[in-house]
Design a protein around this ligand. Sequence first.
Ligand code: ADP
Ligand code: MG
Length: 398
Amino acid sequence: MSFNQFNLDSRLNTAIKRAGFYKPTPIQTSAIPIALAGHDLIGTAQTGTGKTAAFVLPILHKLLNNPGKRTRALIITPTRELAEQIHQTIGIFSSGTNIRSVAIYGGVGAAPQIEALHRGVEIIVACPGRLLDHIQNKHAKLGTVEVLVLDEADRMLDMGFLPDIKRILRHVPKKRQTMLYSATFPKEIEQLASHTLYKPKRVAIGLVRPAYTVDHTLFPVPQHLKSRLLIKLLDQTETKSILIFTRTKHRAQNLAKKIKRTKYKVTSLHGDRTQGQRRAALNGFKQGRYQIMVATDIAARGLDIDGISHVINYDMPGTADAYIHRIGRTGRAQRTGEAFTFVTPDDQALVQKIEKIMKQKLPKKTLSDFDYVVPKPKNQQRTQNRRPRPSSSRRYNR
Ligand code: ADP
Ligand code: MG
């Protein structure tokens, strides 16, 4: 299978070659023809499988095939980073055409977004909240939208965006093509889909099984020795590009501080940082100025970062799904990666769930030259004992 078989606009084929894509991924192979035929579509595939191009290429083809200067496609996505990433992907594939897109998200000034909207764009990539602001202030007009994409729909629901999405939908014409992408397919998504899509075709690839190119290792460790073990592990690992996940933004902040005292260049990505800091962190990590980025789930969800060699779960994620998403950051698009997960005795139940989904036992490893029996310092004992599993309402305070 090659991209030529889709009979895409020749400018797109040129851009695809320039992007270094030789072969469509399985989700692209299945979804692109359906999207080109104008059908509604529900796509389920794990992260890193190439969903972005699976909807961006058909949209661009449609826009080029029948040109018109008005807002014709709307892509809704949960996080600022994803909006930015999709906007950039559109930029890559549409270079050499006069298609314009804008990324709309909060945490940054509205003025440049408003200017872009008034100048005119064919594609809007947006997070729900800020888009609603622009709709209310009459800067964004969605009455001519022909294609709607809901990207990472499960995460948008988790983050409480459903009311916002419903409000946005009222401004989009009923007659349109809708594509919904989700890594998981809980019943709420099924409901949203039944209201939003018309006779959708379904494409499901590698349901919630993590990338097979990733090696998983568990590191049992008492809670209070995690940071020590981490430093030891970093010293023993061929470190290229490491993404570390913590449970909360405070833990991300603290851990980044601890790592900063060592020889490693580190940055962090979490909800307490400003949009400017988040962008600088992400770019610095992508460009290799930082070897390590410490992040929370929300901040790092769906990010496409090339060449991450290791994902380290410093804290176990809240759910087995979240584990799969985190691991999706490495081993992307057939590269190989390693996933290290720190497990405390509290984490056993979740480990079993993950092993069930992955249909394999995850190997456990201990470091021979690490002292695992250092007692807990007195002043930490109370908080340690109270460490709760995040409840669903707390999970997103990140
Ligand atoms: P998803 O949205 O499914 O998590 P992305 O669309 O972000 O995945 O794609 C993951 C990575 O794979 C990106 O770096 C992207 O450039 C790359 N990629 C996507 N499709 C192809 C392809 N056909 N050939 C090579 N690389 C690809
Ligand atoms: Mg994606």
